[in-house]
Design a protein around this ligand. Structure first.
Ligand SMILES: *[C@@H]1O[C@H](CO)[C@@H](O)[C@H](O)[C@H]1NC(C)=O
Ligand SMILES: *[C@@H]1O[C@H](CO)[C@@H](O)[C@H](O)[C@H]1NC(C)=O
Ligand SMILES: [Zn+2]
Length: 548
C-alpha cells in the first residue's frame, strides 16, 4: 500500500496501522488544510496591498499622483449659507440638506497680503502658486519685485501634466499667477504671452480652458483688447504647438476629454464667460465650469495614462467674485451652485480614477462683505432673509444692464423721453428680469438718471427684496473656507491656516522643487520681462488696486 503514502504524511507506525477508510478521510482533511492555507495567503496578500494603499492615503504618497486645486474666487462663508438656503427653497429640500462643499469642509484660511489686511486676487493667488505673501497686484513676484517660481512651473519640470480652467479671462490674476510673472496684474498682454510659452521657462501649461480671448488677438482684430498687434493664438500654435479653439463646437469636439490634442488652448469668450444664471440660456455658445472641469480632468488623465507622473490642475470659479463686486445675490447663488457641481464632479473623478488624487479647494478672499440679513434704515431688525426674492430673478444685473445699454444705443431718444424709458426699465428689466413687481418711483428714477450705474442699482433692488446685505463693492478680510477630499498630507490644512500654508501643501503633495524654479527665473528674467516700464522702487503701492 506504499502508493497510498504521500510525503506530507508523517511516516510513523501508527499511521500505517490506520484503516484505509481513515486514510481517505485524512486526505480530504489535508486537501481542506491546503485549501485554507492558500486562501489564507491570498487574504493576507490582499490585506497587505490594502494596507499599502491606505498608507499611501495617509503616510507616504503613491509614486504617481494627481492634484486638483479649486479656487472659488471671492467666496466667503456667508456665500455658503446663502446658497444652501436658496437651494433648499427652490428645490423644496429639508432644512438639514447641505451642499456637497458643506460635507467636505476642512478648515479656514487667513488671507491678508504683504501690503494690506485686505488682499486682492493677485496677491491671494501668489500665496497659492509661490507659497509666499506679496503685495496687492503682484503676479508671482515678491515684495522685492523678484519673480518667485510657481508650483505649476515646478510640476511641469518634474514631468507632471498641467492645466488651468477659469470662467473669467485666463489672463486674470488667479490663473495668471500659476504660469506667469509680472509686476502688476493689469499687464495682461505679457501674461498671455508667458502663458503660452514665451516666458524664460518656455511652456509650463498643457491645457487652458476659459475666457479672455481678447488678450490673445492682435489689436487689428475685432474683439481684441491687446495694446499691440501680436497674434498670441498664432504664436501659440506655430511656435509652441498648441491646438486652439475659440467656440463651443470646438469644445464639443473634445468629446468630454477623450479627444483633446495637447497642448490645448480653448478660449470660449472674448472676456468673461457669462454668469451661470445667464449662461444657462446660452449653453450652445459657452461651456459651463463643470463641463470644462470634467473635460480637463479626463484629458489630463488620458495624457498621463502611460506616464509615471500624474497631473496638476487649477480650476477656478472666477465669477463668484464678480457677483460679489456687483453685489448681485441672485447671480452669486447660481455661481456657487455651479461651483458645488464642479466640486462634486471632481470627487466623482477621484472615485473612478486608478491614480491617487487629492482635491483641495479654497478661496483667495471674500468679496462684498455679504450678510444674510439686513436691518432696513428706519425699520426694526427682522430675523429673516427671503430666498424667494432671488428665485424670481431670471437674469443677472450685469446682463440686464447690458440690455439697457443696447436699448439706449439703438434709440438715443430713449434718454430724452424719460417716462417712456422708465416704463421700459420697469417692464423689461425689473418685472420680467428681476421678478420685482413693486419697484418704487424713486428706485426707477435712479436707474433712468444713472443708466451707467444700472448694474449696481438693480442689484441693490434685488438685495433689498431678499434682505441680503453688503458692506462693500470690494473685498474683505474675513477668513475663507478650505474644502478637501482628504488624502495624503491634507491634515496640514485642518484648522485655521495661512493662505501660504495652502501653497506649501500644493508643492509638498506634488513633491516638486519650486526653489530651483525661482533661481532659474532670477537668473534669466530681466526687468523688462516682468513688465517694468518704470522704477518699481518708486512705484506708489496706493495705485495698485484690485480692478475686479
Ligand atoms: C496696435 O499695435 C501697434 C504696435 O504693435 C501700434 O503701433 C498701434 O498703435 C496699435 N493700434 C491701436 C489702435 O492700438
Ligand atoms: C432663461 O431661461 C429660463 C428658463 O428656461 C427662463 O425662465 C428665463 O426667462 C431665460 N432668461 C433669459 C434672459 O432669456
Ligand atoms: Zn479674487
Amino acid at each position: 500500500m506504499a502508493s497510498e503514502q504521500t510525503p506530507l504524511i508523517p511516516n510513523d507506525a501508527d499511521d500505517r496501522k490506520q484503516p484505509v477508510r481513515s486514510r481517505g478521510i485524512r486526505e480530504v482533511g489535508l486537501f481542506i488544510w491546503a485549501l485554507l492555507a492558500t486562501a489564507g495567503v491570498i487574504v493576507l496578500a490582499v490585506y497587505l496591498q490594502h494596507e499599502n494603499q491606505i498608507s499611501h492615503g495617509h503616510d507616504s504618497p503613491a509614486p504617481k499622483r494627481n492634484l486638483v486645486f479649486m479656487v472659488s474666487d471671492g467666496m466667503g462663508p456667508a456665500s455658503l449659507s446663502l446658497t444652501r438656503s436658496f437651494r433648499q427653497h427652490i428645490e423644496g429640500l429639508p432644512v438639514g440638506d447641505t451642499l456637497t462643499l458643506d460635507k467636505h469642509f476642512w478648515g479656514t484660511s487667513r488671507t491678508r497680503s504683504s501690503s494690506s489686511l485686505v488682499t486682492d486676487s493677485a496677491a491671494g493667488a501668489t500665496a497659492f502658486a509661490c507659497g509666499k505673501k506679496s503685495y496687492n497686484g503682484a503676479i508671482s513676484v515678491l515684495p522685492n519685485y523678484q519673480p518667485c517660481g510657481t508650483v505649476m512651473e515646478a510640476a511641469k519640470k518634474a514631468g507632471y501634466m498641467t492645466g488651468l480652467v477659469a470662467t473669467t479671462l485666463v489672463t486674470d490674476a488667479t490663473p495668471a499667477t500659476f504660469a506667469s510673472h509680472v509686476l502688476l496684474r493689469q499687464m495682461e498682454d505679457q501674461i498671455a504671452m508667458q502663458e503660452v510659452g514665451e516666458g524664460v521657462l518656455g511652456r509650463s501649461v498643457d491645457l487652458i480652458l476659459g475666457g479672455g480671448r481678447c488678450s490673445f488677438l492682435p489689436n487689428s482684430t475685432e474683439g481684441s483688447c491687446r495694446g499691440d498687434d501680436v497674434d498670441v493664438t498664432k504664436i501659440a500654435q506655430e511656435k509652441h504647438g498648441w491646438s486652439y479653439t475659440d467656440n463651443r463646437a470646438g469644445f464639443d469636439a473634445f468629446k468630454h476629454g477623450e479627444k483633446v490634442d495637447l497642448p490645448a488652448l480653448g478660449l470660449f469668450a472674448a472676456t468673461d464667460i457669462p454668469f451661470e444664471l445667464d449662461r444657462r440660456n446660452m449653453s450652445d455658445t459657452y461651456p459651463s465650469l463643470s463641463e470644462m472641469a470634467t473635460t480637463a480632468l479626463r484629458a489630463l488623465e488620458k495624457a498621463t495614462a502611460k506616464s509615471d507622473k500624474g497631473f496638476f490642475i487649477m480650476i477656478e470659479a472666477s465669477r463668484i467674485d464678480h457677483a460679489g463686486h456687483i453685489n448681485d445675490p441672485a447671480a452669486q447663488v447660481h455661481e456657487v451652485l455651479e461651483y458645488d457641481k464642479a466640486f462634486r464632479a471632481v470627487l466623482e473623478f477621484i472615485k473612478n480614477t486608478d491614480t491617487e488624487t487629492v482635491l483641495v479647494a479654497t478661496s483667495d478672499h471674500e468679496t462684498g462683505g455679504l450678510a444674510t440679513a439686513i436691518q432696513e434704515p428706519g425699520h426694526l431688525p427682522v430675523y429673516n432673509w427671503y430666498p424667494q426674492a432671488l428665485a424670481q430673478s431670471s437674469a443677472s444685473c450685469e446682463y440686464l444692464s447690458a440690455r439697457l445699454s443696447k436699448h439706449i444705443a439703438s434709440d438715443p431718444s430713449a434718454l430724452t423721453s424719460k417716462d417712456k424709458l422708465k416704463s421700459w426699465i420697469d417692464a423689461e428689466l425689473v418685472k420680467s428680469g428681476l421678478g420685482i413687481k413693486d419697484a418704487t418711483d424713486a428706485e426707477l428714477d435712479l436707474v433712468v438718471e444713472n443708466p451707467e450705474a444700472a448694474t449696481q442699482l438693480l442689484a441693490a433692488m434685488i438685495s433689498l427684496r431678499a434682505h441680503i446685505g453688503w458692506s462693500t463693492h470690494g473685498h474683505t478680510a474675513v477668513d475663507v473656507n478650505i474644502y478637501s477630499s482628504g488624502g495624503h498630507g491634507t491634515d496640514k490644512l485642518r484648522g485655521n491656516v495661512e493662505n501660504t500654508d495652502v501653497g506649501a501643501f500644493l508643492r509638498e503633495y506634488l513633491d516638486v522643487d519650486v526653489e530651483a524654479v525661482t533661481k532659474e527665473l532670477r537668473d534669466k528674467m530681466t526687468t523688462a520681462d516682468l513688465g517694468a516700464p518704470m522704477d518699481m522702487d518708486n512705484y506708489p503701492l496706493s495705485v495698485i488696486t484690485d480692478t475686479k
